[in-house]
Design a protein. Structure first.
Length: 493
């Protein structure tokens, strides 16, 4: 019995079965890899693993790549040592780069031990060029998968969601957001994905606008895939992450272009930098290119101050990068990034106004009164500061955040239909309140509520009525609305 118990404690992961090769990333306790790893219960399967990241995260975990010529079996502590990148028993990888007219051709080939071949063909453009009937601009990359490359990591979406809670990618399941998740699953096939190689992974919205993955569509797809155990949704998340790197990154500033009439016309800005979805997708799919892009983006966010003064000073340009950097710091120990996050948090704290209470930015100073965008305060500012406080507790800042969250909960609970997304305040008294019915912004507002308050609010029939059938299938901004909902912690609970 004691031997069986010891063996049980060694089991790190039960890999779902698959007739095809699998290659994915997972986090395991740092102590588990000291004596190597082994795969059992999968006779005749070639197996290898390697370190994805060099360090230990805040949970005492390390991220590794696991590869096998067939899915199925149990990953146990103790066994074979890590391999060099792609040079193990399950597969070998090689990359060839050649100069070409208008750029460079890069071909990466994974040769599996069972004879399977995966290939990624990329063309890096140095000047505008037409390929396959599509025009690509300098700085873009045209990527085409061959073989089963896109789906190699799909098995991770079939792991129990409790595993991802332990890893830290999902909150604990509290039975709160199930109805919202089912609605989002129904929306996924209807998302207006753009055509062609250049458009794949990105979406359109009203007014001829390309979303450039606003509100981190990649993160929304990834979290929905893990919550609902839908592998195809994970494949779509990977496509969106690849799109960000290939299409939306400005090589001059290092920031993504914001939404606009084309992928590369919107102004790059810190409030439109989607880091978390990129990083987490890179980790789950064991894609070094995505991980490296996330690292580079974090470094840029750390040294790029928020833009805008006066009325052009926007909360999301401070709070969004703070949230992204704090999530990055859950995985990486980086003093430069930590110092940048500390500066952002301190700057937001200085904007606290206890008479409202809220964090005041220039965009809210309208006609000599305060215009409170509750959905931004609750959905972006409060979560960013809570993420910071989890790493750097500070009683004074905690008191500010608690006061703002309590005020938002009070506004929600005034007993009127709908949910308040924005209102005006004069002399400490709110007026001209807009309460949305079936408004995606309402979902982001609810991010400010702690689980106990959220359950209390959701017991009210009028609140539940305001949240049903959102997003609407005919929503002209369906992809943006989807992203607003699917990224939310509470929707994942």
């Amino acid at each position: 019995m004691s031997n069986l118990l010891t063996m049980g404690l060694q089991i790190l992961l039960a890999i779902p079965p698959s007739a095809e090769p699998v290659r994915f990333g997972v986090a395991v306790p740092a102590t588990a890899i000291a004596n190597g790893l082994r795969l059992t219960g999968a006779d005749g399967v070639m197996f290898q693993w390697r370190m994805l990241l060099p360090g230990v995260d805040r949970r005492g975990q390390v991220w590794i790549e696991v590869a096998a010529t067939r899915g199925g079996g149990r990953l146990l502590a103790g066994g074979q040592a890590a391999t060099a990148a792609g040079e193990g028993a399950a597969y070998v990888v090689r990359q060839e780069r050649t100069a070409a007219d208008g750029g460079a051709d890069v071909v990466t080939t994974w040769q599996w031990a069972d004879g399977t071949v995966d290939r990624l063909r990329q063309f890096e453009f140095s000047r505008p060029l037409q390929v396959g009937g599509e025009w690509f601009q300098a700085g873009e990359i045209r990527s085409v998968d061959e073989g089963g490359l896109a789906a190699r990591a799909s098995v991770v979406a079939r792991l129990p969601r409790a595993f991802w809670t332990r890893v830290g990618l999902l909150p604990a399941d509290g039975g709160i957001g199930g109805a919202a998740r089912q609605r989002l699953l129904a929306v996924v096939p209807r998302l207006p994905e753009l055509p062609g190689v250049r458009g794949a992974g990105d979406f359109s919205r009203s007014g001829g606008t390309i979303t450039n993955l606003e509100y981190d569509t990649t993160l929304g797809l990834l979290r929905l895939a893990l919550c609902t155990r839908e592998p195809e949704v994970l494949v779509r998340a990977r496509r969106s992450a690849r799109h960000l790197v290939d299409r939306d990154l400005d090589r001059a500033t290092g920031l993504p272009f914001a939404h606009g009439p084309d992928h590369r016309l919107g102004m790059p800005q810190t409030g439109h930098a989607w880091l978390t979805g990129l990083l987490w997708t890179g980790l789950l799919t064991a894609d070094d290119r995505l991980i490296d892009a996330a690292k580079a983006l974090a470094q840029v966010l750390a040294v790029t101050p928020p833009a805008g003064e006066g009325r052009n000073e926007r909360a999301r340009d401070w709070a969004w990068p703070l949230l992204e950097l704090e999530r990055y710091l859950q995985t990486f120990d980086d003093p430069l990034i930590a110092a940048a996050a500390d500066r952002l948090a301190a700057s937001i704290a200085l904007r606290f106004d206890g008479s409202v209470p809220t964090f005041r930015f220039g965009e809210g100073e309208v006609d000599h009164v305060w215009f409170e965008r509750g959905w931004i305060t609750g959905g972006i500012v409060v979560p960013a500061l809570r993420a910071h406080l989890a790493r750097r507790p500070a009683p004074s800042l905690q008191a500010q955040v608690d006061a703002v969250a309590a005020a938002l909960a009070d506004r929600i609970g005034v007993g009127k239909p709908g949910l308040p997304t924005h209102w005006r305040v004069a002399g400490g008294r709110p007026f001209a309140e807009h309460r949305g019915e079936r408004d995606p912004k309402s979902f982001l507002l609810l991010e400010a509520l702690r689980p106990a308050d959220l359950r209390r609010v959701l017991r009210r029939e009028d609140v539940r009525a305001a949240l049903v059938e959102v997003p609407e299938f005919e929503d002209p901004d369906l992809a943006t609305s989807f992203s607003l909902l699917a990224r939310c912690d509470w929707v994942c609970r």
